[in-house]
Write a new protein. Structure first.
Length: 337
């Protein structure tokens, strides 16, 4: 079955922009997440012409990734809004400009732009708030504007990540590469697949996750909720396939990946950080679901059939973990109302 984009180059590529990567062909881990929810969700997302709305959480995550993994690019990509309080001596109103003209013994009649020009001739160093706003707008043109609170959190997370000894060792290695794009053909289905690791150095792939709570028991819930247990094997196995199927050698400093490391950074001060490696059992569950998702997608493409949820009436109850908790409490003699 040929369901992939066979004419797309395969292998590992540098220099592809984030927009080009996400707007290009190939099935990604986020594709698998849609398929796992329903094939109807995948079909809708594929056919939709609506641009994906970036949430505040997504913006914070993207900015943190840039600041931590590509620090030289951060201030090229992001900016703060104009803050008039940084320029306490700047003249803002017509009355303020007229008062300064009067100090210089100059006439105060005319339009605001004429008054400003007259004042500049008399005082070339004068600060005009409108000029400062225009300069800031020119410097920030094309950049993503962060609020002061967002900027504080992004810089705080960046610094915390780079202070963690394990992560610092990875991210300060000059042989590491950020945001490479990988493409390969899944041999069982013929689907073109892709991934874009945050950071890759030696045989280690590092992925940075912002989170509300980086403690082990909490991040385990994130691993299940966001299917990070699928991401790790999808990236590791996919990168290996991309290397095998590509024509170009790996960039210097990279090896066939063997380890996938999560860095979990809390989004609020003190921005505590933890590092995790997925257990083998969870990796194998992820691999099984990858196969299920890709097979389901390939079958749907072949039949052009995109079902949603079941139309049958089904029984439903409390989650399995809650029922187990009730059983344990009952066995231990705890009174359960």
């Amino acid at each position: 079955m040929n369901t992939g984009t066979q004419d797309h180059p395969l292998g590992i590529f540098a220099g592809k922009s984030n927009a080009d990567y996400h707007g290009g062909p190939g099935k990604s881990k986020s594709t698998l997440d849609l398929v796992r929810r329903s094939l109807a969700h995948f079909k809708h997302a594929q056919d939709s012409t609506d641009e994906r709305e970036e949430t505040a959480a997504m913006l914070l995550g993207s900015a943190t990734h840039c600041a931590a993994l590509e620090p030289d690019e951060f201030e090229k990509e992001y900016a703060l809004p104009f803050d008039a309080s940084e320029w306490p001596d700047a003249l803002a109103t017509t009355d303020e400009i007229k008062a300064r003209l009067k100090d210089h013994g100059l006439k105060i009649s005319g339009r605001k732009d004429e008054l400003i020009e007259r004042l500049r001739e008399a005082d070339p160093g004068v600060q005009i708030l409108d000029d400062l706003k225009a300069m800031h707008a020119e410097e920030a043109d094309g950049k993503t504007i962060l609020t002061p609170a967002q900027w504080r959190d992004v810089v705080g997370m960046r610094d915390a990540v780079r202070e963690h000894p394990r992560i610092r060792k990875l991210l300060t290695n000059p042989r590491g590469k950020a945001e490479l794009s990988a493409y390969w053909i899944d041999e069982e289905t013929g689907l073109l697949c892709r991934c874009r690791p945050d950071w890759w150095v030696g045989d280690v792939v590092f992925d940075l996750k912002t989170t509300d709570d980086a403690r082990e028991h909490s991040f385990e819930r994130s691993i299940e909720k966001f299917r990070y247990y699928v991401q790790a094997p999808f990236y590791l196995d996919g990168l290996r396939k991309a290397i095998e199927q590509g024509d170009e050698p790996l960039p210097e400093g990279l090896e066939v990946p063997r380890h996938f490391v999560f860095g979990a950074i809390e989004k609020k001060a003190p921005y505590l950080t933890a590092v995790y490696v997925l257990e083998p059992e969870s990796m194998e569950i992820g691999r099984r679901e990858i196969r299920e998702d890709l097979s389901a997608l390939a079958d749907a493409i072949g039949r052009d059939d995109w079902p949603g949820y079941s139309r049958d009436i089904k029984p439903i109850g409390l989650p399995a973990w809650r029922l187990r908790q009730e059983e344990m409490e009952d066995e231990q003699g705890v009174f359960v109302q």
